[in-house]
Ligand binder design. Structure first.
Ligand SMILES: NC(=O)c1ccc[n+]([C@@H]2O[C@H](COP(=O)([O-])OP(=O)(O)OC[C@H]3O[C@@H](n4cnc5c(N)ncnc54)[C@H](OP(=O)(O)O)[C@@H]3O)[C@@H](O)[C@H]2O)c1
Length: 211
């Protein structure tokens, strides 16, 4: 049974919810955060590591003794254009050195897979996002390419618009036909990530999640 999980992006909106959920479920959680003073979660099974994802030693500390690694990192004000890709490169390097195989990553539904069901509305939305935030978009695509090129047991969870609404507990996953207004609560995304970890499902897969 999995006992310890490393999480990158724990101080973010999805990250905080996911960290709380994992602790509630009895896991030990190592959270790498840049500013522990801004990270209000306290729990005997939570180990907070102060650092940045461009520091190899901080990543090593976070991954120490973990059986699963999760990234819910996202671009914030001032993020470098390829910060997620560089973070993922660093994380993958440390995982390989430690022989840790399970990697669960959250990204946007702008990342396309050949199995996706095409919809005009979603294509238009992707085009708009790509035009408004090209660096963020490209970073999402690039980080996934890096992960797909590994032999890790990855699950790349792709979400459309994330909201803070209450969880519904019911949602679709897999290769979906997304529309212009597709969305999903961060609470349900966190629940799905827990499920993916606990039940070892969607291994070497890139599912979307949406209502
Ligand atoms: N927003 C959407 O509608 C949407 C839709 C689909 C998918 N997504 C994807 O979902 C993921 C999570 O989104 P979110 O909105 O929940 O995230 P968020 O609230 O924006 O949080 C981003 C997290 O990344 C961390 N981070 C940024 N740069 C870092 C660095 N250099 N080193 C360490 N940590 C760093 C932030 O830390 P600090 O607290 O220190 O800043 C924060 O914990 C992202 O990958 C995003 O692309 C978002």
């Amino acid at each position: 049974m999995i006992k310890q999980i490393a999480i990158f992006g724990a101080s973010g909106r999805t990250g905080r919810i996911l960290t709380g959920l994992l602790l509630e479920k009895g896991y030990r959680v190592n959270a790498l955060v840049r500013n522990p003073l801004k990270f209000s979660i306290e729990h005997p099974n939570l180990f907070v590591i102060k650092g940045n994802v461009n520091q190899k030693e901080a990543i090593e500390q976070a991954i120490e003794r973990s059986e699963v690694v999760v990234s819910v990192l996202g671009h914030v004000k001032g993020s470098q254009p390829l910060f997620q890709t560089k973070a993922v490169d660093n994380i993958i390097e440390v995982m390989k050195a430690r022989n840790i195989k399970r990697f669960v990553v959250l990204t946007g539904s702008g990342v396309k897979m050949p199995e996706d069901k095409w919809s005009l509305a979603n294509s238009m939305l992707t085009f708009i996002i790509k035009s408004i935030a090209p660096a963020r978009f490209n970073d999402g695509v690039e980080q996934c390419k890096r992960i797909l090129a590994t032999d890790l047991d990855y699950t790349i969870v792709r979400a459309p618009l994330l909201t803070m609404q209450k969880p519904k507990g019911v949602y679709k996953t897999g290769y979906l036909k997304l529309g212009f207004f597709s969305h999903i609560s961060r609470y349900d995304v966190a629940g799905f990530i827990c499920n993916v970890i606990e039940n070892q499902i969607f291994i070497k897969d890139v599912p979307q999640i949406s209502y």
